[in-house]
Design a protein around this ligand. Structure first.
Ligand code: 5AD
Ligand code: FES
Length: 347
């Protein structure tokens, strides 16, 4: 197992089979340690000890989709729905700016109320008030034309996890009207339009095998996204996966290291899901090769309602108000928070 890890460090140009063998190395502490060390070295080389921060604004939990794993899927009649007004969104940005954030991530379910016109209007207002800040969207699948309009309005980046690059697995997690092909097309459209693009997947989602993960890595290699978001799957009580096991923190950390080696300059968040599964999860993520954290800037009254999975942390030290506590924790892990836009480095 050590041999395949060593080979990957020398040359990441792996086939699907090789990626599968690499994923299986997660079981071997020696091979895993080797990969972690290399990931930390590469992260240091490109980013030093900097950790970038993004202010996450969860602006709507209405969603037209019905993903099997997600607490805000349309079929969940227990979800209490909310939508922030443009004014509320701008207040979040103002609060975030004061706190030192220079990237705002507008994340929401696929909510048709936010038409191109309404989204563009919000983006233009943020852009006008904060010309030096980056605007990231995370609002799901839309048409090329829609992505183009939103880019023109001032959006810089787009997060759209592919969730799984295995066709059959994709089908198990999603309703029949959704497809991996459309998801991939959206990602390529976004790239073509000049967005900095983030893909990603859940670790340990129901039915995921080493083969699925090999396909995920192969797809990342092919897409070459600027950002990759991964976090453990966490069951939500109002979904058909309520009784499934959560994804493993160790495997997530292992994959963070593998992705850092595969895409050396990638922006890699230590995600909220990782922090939810382990109180030290985000620090461990940084020590495995991650270099971004995304504290919650949403209005306090709505945070619990944006419940993608159970026990989501959102009011403690991961919240934007407590940037001081976060800064301290990041320092203790050997890094320091950096208040800049934190754009993707050129390849
Ligand atoms: N567990 C972990 N992550 C989840 N997401 C959605 N539901 C869950 C869950 N139950 C992730 C998806 C989505 C991102 C916004 O949150 O990967 O793309
Ligand atoms: Fe909203 Fe998956 S349930 S996009």
């Amino acid at each position: 197992m050590r041999a395949i890890a060593e080979r990957f460090i020398k040359n990441t140009d792996f086939t699907e089979d090789e990626f599968r063998m690499l994923v299986e190395c997660a079981e071997d502490p020696e091979a895993a340690e080797l990969l972690t060390q290399e990931a930390v070295r590469i992260r240091k080389k490109h980013y030093g000890d900097k950790v970038y921060i993004r202010g996450l604004i969860e602006f709507t939990n209405y969603c037209r989709n019905d993903c099997g794993y997600c607490g805000i899927r349309r079929g969940n009649l227990h979800a209490r729905r909310y939508r922030l007004t443009k004014e509320e969104i701008l207040e979040c940005c103002a609060r975030g700016y004061e706190l030192g954030f220079r990237t705002f991530v507008l994340q929401g379910g696929e909510d048709r109320w936010f038409t191109d016109e309404r989204m563009a209007d919000i983006i233009r207002s943020i852009r006008a008030s904060y010309p030096g800040c980056a605007i990231t969207l995370s609002i799901g699948e839309r048409s090329y034309e829609s992505y183009r309009l939103l880019k023109e309005a001032g959006a810089d980046r787009y997060l759209l996890r592919h969730e799984t690059a295995d066709e059959e697995h994709y089908g198990k997690l999603h309703p029949s009207e959704m497809s991996l092909a459309v998801r991939k097309m959206c990602l390529y459209d976004l790239k073509l339009l000049g967005y900095q693009v983030g893909a990603g997947f859940m670790v340990g989602s129901p039915g995921q095998t080493a083969d699925c993960l090999a396909k995920d890595l192969l797809f990342l290699k092919e897409l070459r996204p600027h950002m990759v978001g991964i976090g453990p799957f966490v069951p939500h009580h109002d979904t058909r996966f309520a009784q499934e096991k959560a994804g493993s923190v160790e495997l997530t950390l292992f994959l963070l290291s593998v992705i850092r080696i595969l895409l050396p300059k990638v922006l890699l968040p230590a995600t909220t899901a990782l922090g939810t599964m382990d109180p030290q999860g985000r620090e461990k993520g940084l020590q495995a090769g991650a270099n971004v954290v995304m504290p919650n800037l949403s209005p306090r009254k709505n945070r619990k309602q944006y419940e993608l999975y159970d026990n989501k942390i959102c009011t403690g030290e991961e919240a934007a108000e407590c940037l001081e506590c976060l800064a301290r924790r990041v320092e203790q892990a050997g890094y320091h928070l950096c208040s800049g836009r934190g754009d993707a480095l050129q390849e």
